[in-house]
Design a protein. Sequence first.
Length: 187
Amino acid sequence: MPYPEGHKLKVRGRIIESAAKAFRTNGIREISVPVIMKGAGLTHGGFYSHFDNKEQLVSETCRYAISDTIALLQKAADQAGENPKIDAVINFYLSSYHRDQTEIGCILPSLSGEIPRASEEVREVFTQELQRMIDFICDLAKIDQATGNAVISLMVGTIVLARSVSDSELSDGLLAAGKVNAMGLIK
């Protein structure tokens, strides 16, 4: 009996969602295809009927994860009320919630350290998706590209450091300083 129409696309989506969660939490190198497939509720044998290789999965996961992050940030912006939308986005991005929820958070801080050693294909997609995040920030804040580059760099770097330290007070201080400085770049 054949699978219903759209079944393969749904399964592919589950694999990408599993990979996004795994890569956000543990990076690319630490996660194997069998772990990703298990996270999707599948056996690893079916992986190659959906993807040519792990690099293709990484590329598609970057696209998916950035779309997911932009949707999350847009939701924060939409709930800003009378406050500037960009302030709501910065406050959400540089929050303890985002810092602590790596499995649903932005993929940029999680993968930035690994991407320089990735294939050209993966680096190209990562570059495109980073640019999409910068464009989102620029459009929302009505700022130029150079300022958008600085804001994203500050936000991603702040999250990387805030997640890296063992001292919770230092981590919270990094988030607070990041918020002040990111908002200061826009004003």
